[in-house]
Design a binder for this molecule. Structure first.
Ligand code: PDD
Length: 302
């Protein structure tokens, strides 16, 4: 199955997308009773896959689910998928639902978890987003508080985020800033948020109620290693609007400059110099990681 635009693996069985079906009794479909991860490949190598699988396991435990597949078993399926799907840049989505069974909320009704892996040709982010920056608006809908489904659990529950991105799109913005009940910024609908203030990189702490992004953690490490001032601190949308620079980060966006918040131009309304410098350092980090992975992992050995 070469030159596909998607390949699906369901509980270890590979199938083309048109034959990939999910039972209507799957709790992931019925209640969003699931966890997931998204990573992508660089030069056929899945980036920080082990870190993503560690978070998948933590997310599963966060909803009382002990994964029925080991990280090695999932890695092996991904390896097999990459062999099938001959493409340098792939988007990989790994989902585990609590499974099917008698309809009812009680998790014990489930008759066993389901593992879905989507391999899809990566649609790169439009270059213009990095040249001109993107716009954010503050959504009216809040990110779920930590005492609900903890946002640090990457669950299949993104309905608040769906409604927030709809508000952004209605206002012609790229993405939405989601606040917590204290009125502080948590993150965007699918990325972490950063400001640059007094030449310091600042991102909200996990306690604000957000997903501990792998990109976010990597960037904190990179900033510290390069003696660039970085801290985790709460901030409001008002503080974002007067920041020197703003950017968002995720596995699929890397470091994406934000040049407008709630209609207010950020800085000189161009991508910030510190944002671009951090992105370059992140790109170097990716290349080092990929070349290490290539040496040790059989991803593209025939
Ligand atoms: N989103 N916050 C949320 C709510 C996210 O969904 C994501 C990732 C992030 C960034 O996490 P990371 O740096 O580990 O990719 C933050 C992925 C890309 C997605 O849902 O498609």
């Amino acid at each position: 199955m070469k030159n596909l635009d998607a390949l699906i693996c369901i509980n270890g069985k590979f199938t083309p997308p048109e034959e990939a079906t999910v039972s209507v009794f799957d709790r992931g479909f019925l209640y969003g009773d699931s966890v997931y991860e998204v990573t992508l490949t660089y030069d056929k190598v899945p980036y920080l896959l082990e870190t993503h699988l560690e978070r998948l396991e933590r997310s599963a435990l966060g909803i009382g689910m002990e994964l029925e597949w080991s990280a090695d078993q999932i890695k092996d399926l991904i390896y097999r998928g990459l062999k099938e799907f001959d493409n340098d840049r792939l988007y990989i989505r790994i989902m585990v639902t609590r499974g099917c069974g008698e309809i009812g909320l009680d998790p014990s009704l489930s008759d066993g978890q389901n593992l879905y892996i989507i391999f899809r040709e990566l649609k790169p982010q439009p270059k213009i987003y990095y040249i001109e920056g993107v716009s954010l608006i503050t959504a009216g809908i809040l990110r779920n508080p930590k005492k609900s489904v903890d946002p640090n659990v990457k669950s299949g529950n993104y309905l608040n985020n769906v409604l927030a991105i709809s508000q952004a799109k209605e206002k012609g913005a790229y993405d939405a800033i989601m606040l917590n009940a204290s009125g502080n910024v948590t993150e965007s609908t699918t990325a972490n948020i950063w400001i640059v203030e007094n030449d310091t990189f600042i991102t909200p702490p996990l306690e604000a109620g957000l997903l501990g992004g792998i990109t976010r953690a990597t960037l904190i490490e990179i900033a510290q290693k390069n003696d660039l001032p970085v801290k985790e601190e709460n901030f409001t949308p008002e503080r974002m609007r007067i920041a020197q620079e703003v950017f968002i980060t995720s596995s699929t966006r890397e470091v994406m400059p934000v040049t407008s918040v709630d209609g207010q131009g950020i800085g000189n309304s161009k991508p910030g110099e510190k944002t671009k410098a951090l992105h370059n350092l992140y790109r170097q980090y990716i290349q080092e990681n990929i070349s290490q992975e290539k040496k040790k992992a059989p991803w593209n050995q025939d």
